[in-house]
Design a protein around this ligand. Structure first.
Ligand code: NAP
Length: 314
């Protein structure tokens, strides 16, 4: 058992920024960074699953997602953050010091920063994971630019899929929207915008059954769910936009969350419903979901934690 002023759970841009700030405030944060073998709780978060990041300020030439996260981590280490490379498996926030377990090991904390992130829901194809970052993407804002003049597809029928398809028409020569039903879930105004866009073609009642390409996507097999007919859609990009899931299972019944599982933070702050427990990054943001906004909210959580610790006489 060891006791720490700040324990940070999760190590994407939010958690590592919180680590940099709390480390520089001499709070010697302990970061429980995640499970290396996992694709949902991996150290470094979702950027570990991307290739090039071109929109993180300060890198005019772009930087690979994993390298960016390695640099965040080095910066936190330099100021005294320490790391446990495993997943938090249990918590007890009912009294202070708070308790966090990693399997049988107990860590006590005067304050906690939750930055466990979110994961994009995936279709579940074997090739999807392999081609992620090589034609398959879960973020149009991040990757749309790479598909200038190309034919691409978006999977989903909700607001995200429609928004992404519409946004992607700025770059792609054609966007096929593949939806498993014959009506969209998206709001009417978004639907109208997409359906009247000449660059967007609808593939109703259709699901993607396989992805073609070894190192790079070259096509998607699409099945009509009514006729069972399969056809090859020659696309070099496939954006999966079927929703996200925040990583909040550990906090159910303890931290206030929306029905969708996103943690609720008090407005303009990172405060949760428990004094001394703060949340930042995608685990509490279903709107922006960018590395830079996650990093910004990690900075907020660090400052909130630092001031709170001081106020309670730490
Ligand atoms: P969503 O509303 O849950 O929609 C997910 C879509 O993906 C649905 O159309 C669903 O099909 C489809 N889908 C789910 N699993 C699938 C699978 N395994 N294979 C194929 N298709 C699958 O998620 P979202 O679009 O990410 O939106 C989440 C929330 O954010 C919503 O409340 C939305 O309104 C909001 N949002 C708002 C805006 C905006 O207002 N600008 C933008 C983005 C998101 P079915 O329809 O058949 O279930």
């Amino acid at each position: 058992m060891s006791r720490h002023p700040v324990v940070i759970i999760g190590s994407g841009p939010a958690g590592l920024t919180a680590a940099i700030y709390t480390a520089r405030a001499n709070l010697s944060p302990l970061v429980i960074e995640g499970e290396p073998s996992s694709t949902s709780d991996q150290p470094g978060g979702q950027l570990m699953l991307t290739t090039e990041v071109e929109n993180f300020p300060g890198f005019p030439e772009g930087i690979m997602g994993p390298e960016l996260m390695m640099r965040f981590r080095e910066q936190a280490s330099r100021f005294g953050a320490s790391f446990i490379t495993a997943k938090a498996t249990a918590i007890d926030f009912s009294q202070r010091p708070f308790k966090v377990w990693v399997r049988d090991d107990l860590y006590e904390a005067d304050s906690i920063i939750v930055s466990t992130g979110a994961q994009s829901l995936m279709i579940g194809l074997e090739a999807e994971e392999r081609l992620l970052g090589h034609g398959v993407s879960t973020c149009a804002t991040c990757d749309g630019f790479f598909f200038r003049g190309q034919e691409i597809a978006v999977v989903g029928g909700g607001d995200s899929a429609i928004e992404e398809a519409t946004f992607l028409t700025k770059f792609a020569s054609k966007v096929t929207l593949i939806h498993r039903r014959d009506t969209l879930r998206a709001s009417k105004i978004m639907q109208d915008r997409a359906l009247s866009n000449p660059k967007i073609e609808m593939r109703w009642n259709s699901v993607v059954t396989n992805l073609i390409g070894h190192d790079k996507l070259v096509g998607a097999m699409v099945r009509d769910v009514n006729t069972a007919e399969e056809s090859l859609l020659p696309v070099t990009g496939l954006f999966v936009a079927i929703g996200h899931r925040p990583n909040t299972d550990l906090f159910k019944g303890v931290l206030d969350m929306e029905d969708s599982g996103y943690l609720i933070t008090k407005s303009d702050s990172s405060y949760t419903n428990i004094d001394g427990v703060f949340a930042c990054g995608d685990v509490q943001d279903h709107t922006y979901r960018q590395a830079i906004t996650a990093a910004g909210s990690g900075c907020m959580a660090a400052i909130d934690a630092e001031r709170w610790l001081e106020a309670v006489g730490h």
